[in-house]
Design a protein around this ligand. Structure first.
Ligand code: DC
Length: 221
């Protein structure tokens, strides 16, 4: 049987960096489910889909096939066969991903793909509803969070490094709005699974968090 690790938490808690490193150390496959939502969002933006218009959304989803592959250890996400990994990290796609991920039709589209990957392989999957909805029987569940101030300052540094101008205030507002949407949507809201281990990374280094996850995994394997 495959060993599944579910890591959930709000935007900017460091999930993807930590998940990628922990997966490498454990020899697991890292599955970034946010990238799948982002790929769908990119498709919706390209088509100019009005997310609130049900039929329009259904039509757009019917024409949006998402799949993933790996280049070395790096997950690549494909939209209708096109590798869109380099196009999904913009603020515009982030906003559309958060809005469209609230739609049950969008979530249903990705559920089977995610469960199927976890059935076949030892995976470390990160997202918002992995421990609660997608992999309720995961052998290890982590709820990874950090204060808004910590997350905003990390994001600020990231954007600065990429040469994308943004103020800290804008980022804080964006994080708070996104948290609110992700935690209060009706379908699969972000919340800590009852049996998840809470890890607050505000005052921890990346290495410390990775070590914690690796140790917890080895204890349960
Ligand atoms: O983790 P991320 O920032 O790449 O995720 C992008 C958006 O997708 C985010 O607003 C929440 C949503 N998402 C989700 O609803 N469920 C997941 N399992 C992963 C991401």
């Amino acid at each position: 049987m495959s060993f599944n690790i579910a890591i959930d938490g709000p935007a900017g808690a460091g999930k993807s960096t930590i998940a990628r490193r922990a997966a490498r150390e454990l020899g697991f496959i890292y599955v970034d489910t946010g990238a799948m939502y982002r790929a769908i969002a990119l498709g919706l933006l390209r088509r100019g889909t009005e997310v609130e218009a049900e039929q329009e959304l259904m039509d757009a989803l019917a024409g949006s096939e998402v799949s993933i592959g790996y280049e070395g250890e790096e997950q690549q996400v494909f939209l209708n066969g096109e590798n869109v990994s380099g196009l999904i990290r913009t603020e515009e796609v982030s906003a559309m991903a958060s809005a469209s991920a609230a739609k049950p039709q969008v979530r249903a589209k990705l559920t089977d793909l995610q469960r199927d990957l976890a059935r076949r392989e030892d995976v470390l999957m990160d997202g918002r509803d992995i421990g609660t909805m997608i992999l309720p029987h995961a052998q290890l569940k982590i709820y990874l969070t950090a204060s808004v101030a910590t997350r905003a300052s990390r994001r600020y540094k990231e954007l600065q490094a990429r040469g994308q101008g943004c103020t800290l205030e804008e980022i804080i507002k964006d994080i708070e709005e996104r948290d609110y949407r992700d935690m209060h949507r009706e379908t699969a809201p972000l919340c800590q699974a009852e049996d998840a281990v809470l890890v607050d990374s505000s005052d921890m280094t990346i290495e410390e968090v990775v070590e914690r996850i690796v140790t917890l995994t080895r204890e349960r394997m």
